[in-house]
Design a protein around this ligand. Structure first.
Ligand SMILES: O=C[C@H](O)[C@H](O)[C@H](O)COP(=O)(O)O
Length: 215
């Protein structure tokens, strides 16, 4: 089985558990495809055999966390900065299982008041950020360059790009329309809306675990 290995504080537990099962002999013939440099390092340190999309362009399963999950299992991802590699890997998985706690459930993506990340090229980033903000003027959008807290320098992704976080005051409307509009802007590499990609979402809550399947 070729398995996409997600990124973030939740996915980290899944990667640890996969390694544990592998070493106990309860999982066999697993090859992992990491979605970030950090997960790559974690998987190497745990002895999980690894590959990449050049060698394995189709994956059987990916397991990852998310920042927001709507009732249709659309996601916001990338608040940890790994959205591009995650989207590349998770868009070619036969099954994409998302693991979250119930704090990540929202009624509309972008409605939580938290960041909707967009990965952009560093060249004239202010110009691209301004164009992104203008695109969602009607939704009261504010676009902010993500910085590293300790140095107040731009946060740089694993791909050498910057991230602009979009904050909305109002509903962004049709998600597919919003996604297409963002991707049409020159300077944008990818955004953190993962539409129609998750096949299953496993939600941990105070009362136990709920499993939601795509309809
Ligand atoms: O870039 C980060 C990824 O998209 C994460 O999967 C997402 O931010 C969720 O992370 P966490 O499990 O740490 O909340």
């Amino acid at each position: 089985m070729v398995l996409g290995l997600g990124t973030g504080s939740t996915a980290k537990h899944a990667v640890d558990r996969i390694a544990e099962l592998l070493h106990q002999g309860k999982l066999k013939n697993i090859i992992g495809v990491p979605t970030s440099k950090k997960t790559h390092e974690q998987a190497v340190s745990l002895g999980i055999p690894l590959s990449d999309l050049d060698t394995h362009p189709v994956l059987d399963l990916a397991i990852d966390g998310a920042d927001e999950v709507d009732p249709f299992l659309n996601l916001v991802k990338g608040r940890g900065g790994s959205l591009l590699r995650e989207k590349m890997v998770e868009s070619v998985c036969k099954k994409f299982v998302v693991i979250v706690d119930e704090s990540k459930l929202v009624s509309h993506l972008g409605g939580s008041g938290l960041a909707m990340p967009v990965e952009i090229v560093p060249f004239c980033w202010k110009f691209t950020a301004k164009r992104l903000q203008e695109l969602f003027e009607d939704s009261g959008c504010v676009a902010k360059l993500r910085t590293c807290l300790e140095k107040n320098q731009p946060f740089v992704t694993d791909n050498g790009n910057y991230i602009v976080d979009l904050y909305f005051k109002k509903d962004i409307g049709d998600l597919k329309v919003a996604s297409d509009a963002i991707l049409r802007l020159a300077g944008v590499v990818e955004h953190g809306m993962f539409l129609d990609m998750a096949t299953t979402v496993i939600v941990a809550g105070e009362l136990g675990v709920a499993i939601k399947h795509k309809q």
